[in-house]
Design a protein around this ligand. Structure first.
Ligand SMILES: NC(=O)c1ccc[n+]([C@@H]2O[C@H](COP(=O)([O-])OP(=O)(O)OC[C@H]3O[C@@H](n4cnc5c(N)ncnc54)[C@H](OP(=O)(O)O)[C@@H]3O)[C@@H](O)[C@H]2O)c1
Length: 269
């Protein structure tokens, strides 16, 4: 299927590693023009070179409101417009305390401030250009914690900050879809579950250490919990991102879809 993304101007926030890097590569393979952003300049440059296709990296810290506006404005100036915004960047909150009683206010809000607010600010800055594009697209990368509590034993990291951030991002996505529908813009959210990114290695090391097993055994145990028999990869998420970003997705809006290897067992129809 031709997704009609050739020459589309795309900004992928946090495209310098993990899921965002795979998404950026997916767009380049479709002939799109891609900008990525992140805080680490050296990593950005290496990622832009790896992605190829003229990809450009803009240094930005999306914790800072001015940086959100600036990175979107730089992408628009670079491309002469913007067709697609992928809100993917997020702070890593894997180490949050297991108990609410031990959790500080900043820890509770860490994912909301380090992801959701960045996505809201970038979207706000991008809307004038997305309206001009005629078929503007916003794809938000959420997380299964928006829908489920992932803690399986007392005392383990609770997932509450992730849940608060991702559930709010899903809510924002639905509101946005309603607000901009008449401008030809569609907005959708994808919920990955545990995904084999750089973060995964640390998670497996911690699991292996706490259960006194090898990293390979920890990996096998975790893979086995997924109905598809393995942990999903960043590349597994890319096809749905491209479809949601395509001009063909003109009537698909306000939707939330998981790419989770089937691990989310609740019925979501
Ligand atoms: N990996 C998973 O298992 C998983 C599961 C569910 C949902 N997700 C979601 O999927 C998305 C991508 O996750 P990932 O695992 O690929 O993340 P990752 O490997 O940690 O990469 C995060 C990206 O965002 C950038 N970033 C982080 N904080 C930033 C900030 N303040 N300003 C600008 N850029 C920032 C990072 O670059 P710098 O560090 O250089 O800034 C990097 O490019 C996130 O929204 C995450 O919540 C991931």
């Amino acid at each position: 299927m031709d997704l009609k993304l050739r020459n589309a101007a795309v900004l992928v926030t946090g495209g310098s590693r993990g899921i965002g890097l795979a998404i950026a590569k997916g767009f380049v393979a479709e002939g799109a023009r891609v900008a990525i952003c992140g805080r680490d300049q050296a990593r950005l440059e290496a990622a832009a070179a790896e992605i190829g296709g003229g990809t450009i990296g803009f240094q930005a810290d999306l914790f800072q409101p001015d940086d959100c506006r600036a990175v979107v404005e730089r992408a628009i100036a670079h491309f002469g417009g913007l067709d697609v915004l992928i809100n993917n960047a997020s702070t890593n909150v894997d180490g949050t305390p297991g108990s609410l009683e031990d959790m500080t206010d900043p820890q509770v809000m860490e994912r909301f401030m380090g992801k959701t607010m960045g996505a809201i600010r970038c979207t706000r800055a991008a809307l004038p250009a997305l309206k001009k594009a005629g078929a503007g697209r916003v794809v938000n990368i959420g997380g299964s914690s928006a829908r489920t509590v992932g803690r399986h034993r007392p005392g383990a990291p609770s997932g509450l900050p992730q849940g608060i951030g991702n559930a709010a991002l899903a809510n924002f996505t639905r509101h946005l879809a309603e607000e901009v529908a008449r401008d030809g813009i569609v907005a959708n959210i994808i919920h990955p579950s545990l995904t084999r990114t750089d973060r995964h290695i640390g998670r497996m090391e911690r699991r292996a250490a706490s259960s006194n097993i090898s990293i390979e055994a920890a990996e096998a145990e975790v893979g086995d919990t997924f109905p598809i028999g393995r942990v999903p990869t960043p590349e597994d998420i890319v096809p749905l991102v491209l479809l949601f970003a395509s001009p063909l997705a003109a009537a698909i809006t306000g939707q939330a879809l998981a790419v989770d290897g089937g691990i989310g067992m609740s019925v979501q129809y």
